[in-house]
Design a protein around this ligand. Structure first.
Ligand code: LLP
Length: 386
């Protein structure tokens, strides 16, 4: 495993930093395109929130995907990376006026709308620009997902979407608006989902809703089922490419797509998760009263997932072949939750060793913060470090 990293190059760079293996990223994108090609009316938008590093975005754009954005900043990042505006969708529960205006100015494909007040604002702003805004409604399908509570989104108690009971009313309001064109329904039940049964539950709900709408003679061109496909964080030999075959086949088998409809997906983690690694250096090895700590120069400011969701990222000592010992691997931040893992087996650690935190390409660099006045980590691709 260690052989895949340019360790001599790493030693010349200031740690911590993110390292993106572009072969893994390109292989992942090809695997997605290979599966999607089987279904002529499927299309994938990359969820920019997972990773907006410009070098990563450029590679994803080359693959032909669209972009799923949740802020004006993400729309700008996507356009700057060359995503065509007509392949950009704009979602999010709280869109500011300037962000809506930006989307309208670029002529993006669609706004995923989450409430009537938001719809009214989009209608008004579109009228002021003399434009028609395409909208899809994000429906909260009240479907649970077997994942961490902080990243389930499709339950009735969550803030996201329009409830199923309100759906007809919202559609009626939209159909009466002059500067709104109602084109689709949007769903998203959560993230890091590995149980295909959760997606089946979503498909069943979408089928029910579609039947109900058709009974009212309401037809929609686009169904967007969001993202959520999980990745393998833990196994000793992590599966680098997620199981896209089963994922798309589940939708093909379960969702009753009408022949005139397109099905949209918004994958984030499954696209970029496995290509990214956080590389950090050991500052100190400290023998505590009960255990040994490996203190890294990377902390929760660089990779917050362990602190926020008790997430596990596989760790490896890239510069030691000595026998394994157990360490609590921690960062330098003044918070007790700044812990990457407890009792982690690593090849014997000494000051200066390079530690890799794997599967960190999604929600890693992009969620970094400057807390404790720390510098944001840089991101390098394997293409740059050859
Ligand atoms: N579409 C919508 C409407 C979303 O809210 C999300 C993610 C996605 C698509 C992309 O989901 P993905 O394919 O990446 O699962 N920071 C958390 C994950 C938050 C996900 C938020 N929404 C983490 O590090 O696990």
């Amino acid at each position: 495993m260690k052989g895949i990293f340019p360790i001599d190059k790493f030693r010349t760079l200031q740690t911590p930093f993110y390292y993106y293996d572009t072969k893994v990223l390109r292989d992942t994108l090809s695997a997605i395109n290979h599966e999607v090609a089987k279904y002529p009316n499927y299309s994938v938008h990359y969820a920019v929130k997972a990773n907006a590093n410009p070098k990563v975005l450029a590679i994803i754009r080359e693959s032909g995907m669209g972009a799923d954005c949740v802020s004006g900043g993400e729309i700008r990042a996507a356009i700057r990376a060359g995503f065509p505006a007509n392949k950009v969708v704009f979602a999010g529960v709280g869109k500011a006026d300037w962000e809506i205006n930006l989307g309208l100015e670029y002529g993006i494909f669609c706004f995923n709308v989450e409430s009537i007040p938001e719809l009214e604002v989009i209608n008004e702003l579109a009228a002021a620009q003399n434009k028609i805004a395409n909208v899809a409604f994000r429906i909260n399908p009240d479907v649970g997902a077997h994942t961490h509570a902080n990243i389930t989104t499709g339950l009735a108690e969550n803030k996201f979407g329009i409830s199923m009971q309100d759906m007809d009313k919202v559609i009626d309001v939209a159909l009466g608006m002059k500067n709104i064109k109602f084109i689709g329904l949007h769903f998203h039940i959560g993230s890091q989902i590995l149980d295909m049964g959760d997606f089946v539950a979503l498909c069943n709900r979408v089928n029910e809703l579609q039947d109900k709408l058709e009974a009212h003679r309401i037809l929609v061109e686009h169904i967007n089922v969001g993202g959520g496909l999980g990745i393998d964080y833990g196994h000793p030999n992590r599966q680098a490419i997620p199981n896209f075959k089963d994922y798309f086949a589940t939708y093909a088998g379960q969702l009753k797509l009408r022949p005139y409809q397109t099905l949209h997906f918004e994958l984030g983690r499954a696209v970029v998760g496995q290509c990214g690694t956080l590389i950090s250096k050991v500052l100190y090895v400290k023998q505590g009263a009960k255990k040994k700590f490996a203190i890294l120069d990377a902390g929760m400011t660089d990779l917050i997932r362990p602190a926020l969701y008790q997430a596990y990222h596989k760790m490896e000592n890239l510069t030691s072949e000595e026998p394994m010992e157990a360490y609590d691997v921690v960062g330098p931040i003044c918070e007790s939750s700044d812990v990457f893992g407890k009792a982690i087996d690593l090849n014997k650690v000494k000051r200066g060793d390079l530690i890799a935190l794997r599967s960190a390409g999604a929600y890693g660099e992009i969620m970094a913060s400057g807390y404790n006045c720390r510098e944001l980590p840089k991101g390098y691709t394997s293409d740059e470090l050859v």
